[in-house]
Design a protein. Structure first.
Lengths: 524, 443
């Protein structure tokens, strides 16, 4: 701090202001005699102006290397506008579609959008962004460590591993595992003992990349880790290795739980008996068993501890194992899960079907839930189950069910969770049913819990591009004005269902229009 | 039709995205029951919950609608503009509700020349005006006397103590200056209230600001010995401004193709204030259009950033005139190519020296710098942002991070338009690869 400012900070009552030493000091000598405060202020003012007028440039600052020339063309200005809006509004699904389309069209993002695109937080968007960055985007990403994900900068992976934050070290470990799983395992085992529990569990998760039987010894020893979180990750990974000793022990345990299967019998005079899966619960569950199971240690909801152990044990076993053991189809086995342990069996099989990606099981399991959701209530929330199964459900079957039985709450939740792009047949069936449904809302009075309400938005985002042009649905007021007197209309307008629907369909149409414009502005 | 208007341009005229979207929807012929245009205006009747009469003055895109919406321009006006992009109505005779409105607007802009309404009688008006003016000057002087004492107390007690004062300490003094009819001084005090503890070198900045204020106060008592232009600047800085009509009539007029470099809008209490920076292609003059509007109301002039238009502007008087009013406008279109501007940092600094010497209270100076490269000194975390010219000379950038600017440049020279605030350049826009692009402040 210079002398003049120091005097001002301390106050002239304590410190006499010195001359600033600049030529401007002389300007006010003639006007002196008004006290040191006035002097100080005027001197400071002239000094400020003097400095502003005499500002000099800096020099010797290194210029960045220039970016290489682009090899791809940028998208059009109109497409850029659309992308900009999608980025700002964080419309992940449509943004993903747009970026993908950009890549297919052989185009890149315009330079002005690069920082915004590199700042996307959602992991699922990042590969799509990385593919359309162009030379400029990769050049820019190298200048900011927060954007390192976009360039896969290999030069100093080891440095980051040695010195980076947990988040960056974990992502580096993943990258190493992608290319050389043994090397990644080696790096982690070097520092394993010094890492904190949170770090150990986060890093161990990176073994998902290129998981192989070679990882088994390391994982097996991690089952004895001090931290429960680390043990859970190890158990989860071992469950993905069907041949691992740990998985086989669990198959053995599961084998004892599902003691047998009695196929349905036709019987005489139509007195047939449905099939039944025979369950025998274990008497004792020791610690060794518990720690070899994936998932949370404590049971969710109203489930008992023993039931939770059974569910997690069944989860490890690929459902196809039961088909082979009992020589029965998934439909038969699912139908035979009855009696006291019905919910436990179904929950375990659902988790197993998802873990092992067995679509032949997900559809019968979903139907079973759809027919009698209340029997499952203690074990799964209405929200969770469709989300779990949705990625493995047959779209066409869902469409046919919608046509034959209408929109149930369960079906609606499932459609909301059903990832896009939707199958074309399902999309057409959905749109047809939706058009039939809209005029019906006028028959509803106070009831606003219409299961349809949550579905138009996901549908607008996920129906395939081929359906966009004939997807529009007439707004309810337009339906209405054709069929009613105006007094009647006003009355009906005030009703809640009507207002909800109007809003939903506006949003529906807006989303469709956005996607139509994307198709137009990013031609393939 | 309005040559340069694009759908992006129309959307930018809307007060918010919602109105833009609603307007877009109304941009279909079926929403309109009558449409028309002539050389001056565009109009239509929009079917909403009632029928609204919408009109657009094509010379400056001013709009008027009979709807009760508080947001201006309303969705009907935006809708009419959208519609005009696609389906241009054929030329017809204008109905009375359009002609009347245009006539009223014309009357307002030429009010100074033709009629002064009720207080017409010129001679007594002049006397009264002189009397009012004298009264105001003496009120301001008295206010500034009090301000001088207040500032002297401040430095006597020390700025360290001022740093612990609540915002109300500054606000009270600012209010007194408003009461003393010196709103320009009040504005400076309000800005100073944000300085304490805002940066490590805040005492120096606060002292600079107080010093400039002391200089302003001193200069005001010597208006009679100052050159006319500088006296005008001092009056303007204190907050005495000329009526717009007077500037339109007597201000220095400049005709050029004006580039809209960028604009800023700020809420000040119940007012919305907008600053629009213009740059003349041939004259290379910079100009600032300063507009006020009640919150939610439209500004008298609508500008679309990064476009150009041909027209005549009139400068408010001063030693380094920047503020203008627009006298006439026509045409308009997208801006392409580089910017006219300073070729080196040195040339720009010479210019700021001259400007500061002419008008020492200048706070923000517009500048277009040609062929500069954005620099990031010391890495992204805690690094400094600058721009450098071909001679290796550099100036700091102000206002956060500048990744978009860096991205547009790719390490190659670009033309930058910015506001110089005495410490750094606040980017307004950048011309790269033939396109002028508006830059918003980044975090």
């Amino acid at each position: 701090m210079d002398a003049l400012t120091r005097a001002a900070v301390a106050g002239t009552s304590r410190e006499t202001p010195p001359a600033s030493g600049l030529p401007t000091d002389g300007l006010f000598e003639s006007a002196g005699g008004k006290g040191p405060e006035r002097d100080l202020l005027l001197r400071a003012g002239t000094r400020a102006v003097y400095r502003a007028a005499g500002r000099v440039a800096e020099s010797g600052i290194e210029a960045p290397q220039t970016a290489p020339d682009e090899t791809l063309t940028a998208c059009s200005a109109k497409a850029a506008d659309l992308l900009h809006r999608l980025l700002v509004d964080q419309r992940t699904t449509i943004l993903l579609e747009a970026l993908e389309r950009l890549r297919l069209a052989g185009l890149r993002l315009p330079h002005a959008l690069l920082p915004g695109a590199l700042n996307v937080e959602q992991e699922e968007l990042r590969p799509a962004v990385a593919a359309v960055l162009g030379e400029r985007g990769r050049w820019l990403a190298r200048l900011n460590p927060a954007w390192a994900w976009a360039v896969g900068d290999d030069g100093d992976l080891r440095d980051v591993w040695d010195e980076g934050t947990l988040k960056r070290r974990t992502s580096v470990l993943r990258r190493v595992r992608e290319r050389d799983p043994a090397l990644g395992r080696g790096w982690l085992s070097e520092t394993w003992r010094q890492e904190k529990a949170d770090a150990r569990s986060a890093m161990l998760k990176a073994f998902q990349e290129n998981l192989s039987p070679e990882d088994e010894p390391f994982l097996e020893s991690s089952l004895g880790d001090r931290s429960m979180k680390v043990r859970a990750v190890a158990a989860d990974l071992l469950a993905r290795l069907p041949g691992s000793a740990c998985a086989l022990r669990n198959v053995e345990r599961a084998d004892a739980i599902i003691a047998g299967y009695e196929p349905p019998s036709t019987g005489l005079l139509g007195r047939g008996r449905p099939g039944k899966v025979v369950v025998e619960l274990p008497l004792v569950v020791d610690e060794g068993w518990k720690r070899e199971l994936p998932g949370e240690a404590s049971p969710p909801g109203k489930m008992g501890e023993k039931a939770w152990t059974v569910v997690r044990t069944l989860e490890v076993v690929p459902p196809v194992y039961w088909e082979r053991r009992f020589g029965a189809t998934p439909e038969e086995l699912v139908a035979a899960a009855r009696g006291e342990w019905e919910a436990v069996l179904l929950t375990g099989w659902r988790r197993a079907a998802v873990r092992h990606g067995q679509e032949s099981w997900t559809w019968p399991l979903w139907r079973r839930w759809h027919e009698a959701p209340e029997t499952q209530r203690d074990y799964t929330s209405t929200w969770e189950l469709p989300r779990l199964l949705a990625p493995l459900l047959p779209h066409v079957e869902l469409g046919r069910l919608l046509r034959s039985s209408g929109m149930s709450r369960e079906l609606a939740y499932t459609l909301e969770a059903l990832p896009g792009p939707w199958d074309e047949e399902l999309s057409l069936l959905y749109l047809e049913e939706l058009r039939k449904h809209v005029p019906r809302i006028f028959a509803r009075n106070r009831d606003v819990s219409d299961p349809w309400l949550g579905t138009p938005q996901p549908a607008a985002e996920r129906i395939p591009l081929s359906c966009l042009d004939h997807a529009s649905v007439t707004q309810p007021d337009e339906v209405l004005s054709e069929s009613m007197s105006s007094d009647d209309q006003v009355l009906r307008y005030e009703r809640l269902p009507f207002r909800y629907w109007r809003e939903k369909l506006e949003k529906f149409e807006e989303t469709l229009e956005l996607r139509r414009r994307l198709v137009k502005e990013i031609p393939l | 039709m309005n040559a340069g208007l694009t759908s992006e341009g129309v959307a930018a005229l809307a007060p918010d995205a919602k109105v833009a979207a609603a307007g877009k929807k109304l941009g279909a012929p079926r929403s309109w029951q009558s449409l028309g245009r002539n050389q001056e205006a565009l109009w239509g009747e929009c079917r909403g919950s009632a029928v609204y009469q919408v009109r657009v003055d094509l010379s400056d895109l001013a709009v008027k609608c009979s709807c009760p919406s508080r947001k201006q321009p309303c969705k009907h006006a935006i809708g009419l503009l959208f519609l005009s992009l696609g389906a241009i109505p054929s030329e017809t005779a204008s109905p009375a509700w359009v002609t009347d409105w245009l006539a009223r607007r014309a009357a307002r802009t030429t009010a100074g020349e033709r009629s002064k309404g009720p207080d017409e009688a010129a001679a007594p008006d002049l006397v009264a005006r002189e009397k009012r003016e004298k009264k105001r000057l003496s009120r301001i002087s008295a206010g500034l006397d009090a301000l001088d004492l207040w500032m002297e107390d401040l430095v006597r007690g020390g700025l360290a103590a001022a740093g612990t004062q609540p915002a109300s300490f500054w606000e009270e003094q600012a209010k007194r200056m408003v009461d003393a009819q010196a709103p320009g001084v009040a504005e400076r005090l309000r800005r100073l209230s944000g300085v304490p503890n805002s940066s490590p070198d805040w005492p120096g900045k606060l002292l600079d600001g107080l010093g400039r204020l002391a200089l302003l106060s001193k200069a005001f008592r010597r208006l009679d010995v100052l050159d006319d232009p500088l006296a005008e600047s001092v009056r303007a800085e204190v907050g005495i401004s000329h009526p717009q009509e007077e500037v339109l009539e007597r201000g220095e007029r400049v005709d050029d193709r004006w580039i809209v470099l960028g604009q800023r809008t700020e809420e000040e209490g119940r007012l919305t204030v907008s600053h629009t920076w213009l740059l003349g292609e041939d004259t290379r003059r910079y100009a600032l259009v300063h507009q006020f509007a009640a919150a939610g109301s439209p500004f008298a002039e609508g500008f679309v950033s990064a476009t150009t238009w041909r027209g005549e502007i009139a400068f408010y008087p001063g030693a380094y005139p920047l503020r203008v009013v627009v006298r006439s406008r026509s045409g308009g279109g997208e801006r392409s190519g580089g910017l006219p501007g300073y070729e080196t940092v040195e040339a720009f600094l010479d210019h700021t020296s001259r400007a500061t010497a002419l008008q020492p209270w200048l706070e923000r100076l517009p500048a277009a710098l040609r062929r500069v490269v954005p620099l990031l000194d010391g890495g992204p975390e805690g690094g400094r942002w600058l721009i450098g010219d071909r001679a290796g000379q550099a100036l700091p950038l102000a206002g956060g991070e500048h990744w978009t600017l860096l991205s547009m440049s790719g390490g190659r020279p670009v033309d930058l338009a910015a506001e110089w605030n005495g410490e750094g350049l606040i980017p307004l826009g950048v011309a790269a690869a033939g396109t002028y692009y508006i830059l918003a402040e980044e975090g």
